[in-house]
Design a protein around this ligand. Structure first.
Ligand code: CU
Length: 543
């Protein structure tokens, strides 16, 4: 099979800026093309973006069930919180790339190398934030940049009875009218009802300078990638997106690597082993970073919290895929999946240990997000049999995960050089640092947080209060956990068991003697006004 190469968009941008404009022009022209296709066309960006979350075209059937029969489900086709997360998104990108190729034959989807030297130092590559671009080879000058945003060619009009704005109580927060243009941090894109519209208009008025907004977006991305500015002893080293991406590469098997649900279960049952980070975790963080959550820097001595009112499209599962940057982010996530496969010798086939197959958290269609259209609730998910709807496989039937394990031989593409790739990044194994003598090998676990209690995505931060040598109380910031969610999670009683958030925080930056005397706490940073009644997470020190 001929293998074409997906390149880093920053590399293409550098070529473009130094006069070799054609490679990036091809990408931009193809993107303009799919964005202009009629919203009924299967290659249109509107249809492709809409496969992930809204519009929930197939949700009606479940909505009409009696309350007792209803179940937690997600109206879009995307898979999160289960073992299909990496493979479903791999097929998704592949479908988008085919659509791009219907406009410019042979063009490949580039990736945003989020952990390369450029992004760590500057934030997003400027091609995502330039308002206008030149395509001299296509005879186009000063045209709207298709990677900056997308304008809806028709409305996204889901009216789901449980979607409600936390502060205004009005429904349809994620209704997007025809002509709506996607936004990122620090702007808000909630315009679905009268109350939201007013709040959003007032919020966006104070962020009316596009260049200033880009600077704020980049500052936020940098803070997420590297951790906030290191002031005094906070934040602890190694609590940032770069560290999470590195850590996920050492996950011991595909199941725990693939998703947050399986990784959390593994960490709970293996308290004495190094903490596993799944690929989905840094993925979630970046969604929140672009979509509107401030870098977690809520610790003693630093008061800047969430930028209230920032509600960009990338921050909620409902609308994330309508921001073009989604696909460049996911292309990097897919590259990290390939990097893991190369490190673990699983490029031809994924090996799943017996114990992780049936019944392991993350292998049930109801886990976390809920079943996708065409998949029954409570069914077993497997790489061999579960359809990755609506994508076609090599036999013309629905694709399954085993159809897309080997990107080079089954799908005909590979990745060009990038960060955290053992074949070009110094051969490093990216293992986590060992715990220093005297520091704690244990971890702090938070359970019993029900996603249905919160509107949309949210962020947990963990803290430990210790008495220092002078007898003063001092709060340590331990780290964060992002929950990438939908605006309204079904709250029916029989779905609750699958909606629990479990977060683990390593204590390796705390002295073991401090751990013994500390008081632990968790804070939730969310979009509602107050903590919901009955919020009482279970806190435990493991190990
Ligand atoms: Cu995503």
């Amino acid at each position: 099979m001929t293998t074409a190469t997906r390149q880093s968009i920053y590399v293409l941008q550098q070529q473009y800026d130094s006069g070799n404009t054609k490679p990036l022009e091809d990408v931009l022209f193809a993107w303009m093309g799919i964005q202009k296709l009629a919203p009924q066309d299967w290659n249109s960006f509107f249809v492709l973006a809409g496969l992930h979350g809204e519009p929930f075209v197939l949700r009606d059937a479940v909505d009409r069930l009696q309350p007792d029969d209803t179940y937690a489900y997600w109206g879009g086709y995307c898979n999160h919180g289960n073992i299909l997360f990496p493979t479903w998104h791999r097929m998704y990108l592949y479908a988008l790339e085919k659509a791009l190729q219907s406009i410019v034959p042979g063009v490949m989807l580039p990736f945003w190398d989020e952990t390369d030297a450029y992004s760590l130092a500057n934030g997003v590559p400027t091609i995502f934030t330039r308002p206008l671009v030149d395509l001299p080879n296509y005879g186009l000058m000063q045209v709207a940049n298709p990677l900056l945003s997308f304008t809806m060619p028709t409305s996204l009009s889901d009216d789901y009875w449980q979607d409600q704005n936390a502060s205004t109580g009005e429904s349809q927060p994620y209704y997007k009218p025809l002509g709506y243009t996607t936004v990122r941090y620090p702007l808000s894109g909630l315009v679905g009802n009268f109350g939201d519209y007013g709040i959003t208009e007032a919020h966006n008025k104070s962020y009316s300078d596009p260049e200033g907004n880009t600077a704020k977006l980049n500052a936020n991305i940098k803070a997420w990638l590297n951790g906030p500015e290191p002031e005094s002893s906070h934040p602890p080293p190694g609590v940032n997106l770069l560290a999470s991406y590195k850590a996920c590469l050492s996950a011991p098997n595909y199941v725990v690597f693939s998703n947050t649900t399986s990784a959390a279960a593994w960490n709970a049952s293996n308290p004495n082993s190094p903490q596993v980070v799944s690929l989905e975790e840094p993925h979630n963080d970046l969604h929140l970073a672009v979509g509107g959550f401030d870098a977690p820097q809520i610790y003693a001595g630093f008061t800047a919290g969430m930028l209230l009112g920032a509600n960009g499209d990338m921050g909620e599962n409902n609308t994330a895929a309508f921001d073009p940057i989604f696909f460049f982010h996911h292309c990097n996530v897919d590259r990290m999946f390939w990097n893991w496969q190369k490190l673990h010798n699983q490029t031809r086939a994924l090996t799943i240990p017996e114990d992780f197959k049936q019944g392991y958290p993350g292998t049930n269609s109801s886990d976390t997000q809920g079943p996708t259209p065409g998949i029954a609730p409570g069914s077993l998910l497997t790489l061999e049999k579960t359809a990755l709807k609506p994508f076609r496989g090599p036999r013309g039937l629905s694709a399954v995960s085993t159809d897309c394990v080997d990107i080079e031989n089954q799908l005909g593409y590979t990745y060009g050089p990038g960060s955290l790739d053992s074949s070009n990044d110094g051969g490093a194994k990216f293992a986590e640092e060992a715990v220093k003598p005297g520091y704690s090998p244990r971890r702090f676990t938070v359970r019993g947080i029900d996603r249905a209690m919160f509107q949309g995505s949210f962020l947990l931060t963990a803290h430990a209060t210790v008495t220092d040598a002078d007898g003063k109380l001092k709060e340590h910031y331990l780290g964060y956990h992002s929950v990438f969610s939908r605006y309204s999670v079904n709250s029916c009683a029989n779905c609750r068991t699958h909606l629990e958030v479990i977060a683990h925080f390593p204590l390796k930056n705390m002295l073991e003697e401090d751990v013994r005397s500390a008081t632990f706490s968790v804070k939730v940073h969310h979009r509602g006004a107050a903590l919901p009644a009955g919020f009482k997470p279970a806190l435990k020190i493991h190990g």
